[in-house]
Ligand binder design. Structure first.
Ligand code: G6P
Length: 331
């Protein structure tokens, strides 16, 4: 077991009533199938867990210890299968939009802890974070012949918000640019999919993966769920709200550098066909995936791209009109 940065402060501890989180802010421990995972401990007991396999967040808990992300009870923690749930990272290819395996290879590679990342401007109130890095292996270079450094910071904010910041740098020495598509394939835990609505994507154009990627325009109403959905919303706004009526909880998804957003729920038939997904689990999850898909990102040698996802979960009593969804979306 290893304990991580930042170092402890020499000042005397505050009274228990004012106590914030104490170092160490993260620990590296053994997870399922002996795979290593980082446990991040934030203020007031907020928590996140990240597997080095896939650089994948698999748990995010609020200060009541409630799990906010969905992870399948049938998830397989064994390479080369990607872990079903949490926040898989799709890179350098989203879906089947290219010659690589579905969703690229970053989600089934072993990342390492980056002890000395280049500086990243941060909110000084954020104490609990970890930096991971992925570089291509010789085998990876055979299937995608580009040298890159992918740095991922996962952080828990002072109010329990979870943020993921990806920095991807082209380190090719042969002068070649590369292009990729990307997604944070975020699986949210919801009480009952039929009680959920998504706001912020009204009137947006989307590509419907269930209709041969044909382009349509969404109607003016919030999105509700009655059947399978697999849509790539194009040029989606920087904030999207997922309102869970039954849980009286709203997730606010904030994205930067990621124009698109995928909304996916496999529903009953596809759920049954997936080996690593329980038959009825589609009722308790929804994927809203900030992404860059329609227009791939191109980096010249030496260039770096940044894409950030921030998640917060706020109590809502939307039914009784206490929460104005527009206020949530407009911040
Ligand atoms: O089963 P996976 O490879 O993890 O993909 C799961 C899903 O990911 C995305 O949401 C895609 O839009 C879907 O088409 C795909 O089915």
């Amino acid at each position: 077991m290893a304990a991580g940065a930042p170092p402890s402060s020499p000042s005397p501890p505050p009274p228990a009533s004012q106590q914030q989180q104490q170092p160490p802010f993260y620990e590296l421990v053994k997870g399922s199938s002996g795979l290593e995972k980082v446990q991040l401990r934030g203020a007031r007991g907020c928590f996140a867990e990240i597997y080095l396999y896939g650089g994948q967040v698999t748990s995010w808990k609020n200060d009541h210890g409630e799990e906010l992300l969905f992870i399948s009870s049938k998830a397989i923690f064994k390479p080369p299968k990607a872990i079903r749930g949490g926040i898989p990272i799709c890179f350098p290819q989203f879906g089947a939009h290219g010659n690589l395996e579905q969703h690229g290879f970053a989600r089934n590679r072993l990342w390492t802890i980056d002890d000395n990342p280049p500086p990243l401007p941060v909110n000084p109130a954020i104490k609990a974070f970890v930096d991971l890095i992925l570089k291509p292996s010789e085998e990876d270079l055979k299937i995608w012949p580009h040298s890159f450094e992918f740095r991922l910071r996962v952080a828990l904010g002072p109010t329990g918000d979870l943020s993921l910041t990806s920095r991807i740098r082209n380190t090719n020495t042969d002068g070649r640019s590369f292009s990729y598509t990307f997604a944070y394939h975020t699986y949210f835990s919801v009480s009952d999919i039929s009680e959920v609505r998504v706001e912020g994507l009204e009137t947006m154009d989307y590509l419907d993966n269930l209709k041969g990627k044909e382009r349509f325009t969404e109607q003016g109403d919030a999105i509700v769920f009655e059947s399978e959905i697999d849509k790539v919303y194009l040029a989606a706004p920087s904030k999207i709200a997922i309102i869970d009526h039954e849980k009286k909880r709203t997730f606010v998804v904030t994205k930067e550098g990621l124009p698109d957003a995928v909304v996916w729920n496999p529903w009953d038939k596809k759920a049954k066909a997936m080996q690593d997904f329980g038959d009825g689990e589609y009722k308790h999850m929804l994927c809203v995936e900030p992404a860059a898909i329609e227009k791939s990102i191109t980096l010249k040698p030496g260039e770096e791209w940044k894409g950030r996802l921030a998640l917060s979960a706020v109590p809502s009593s939307y039914c009784s009109g206490q929460l104005d969804p527009l206020k949530v979306l407009q911040g």
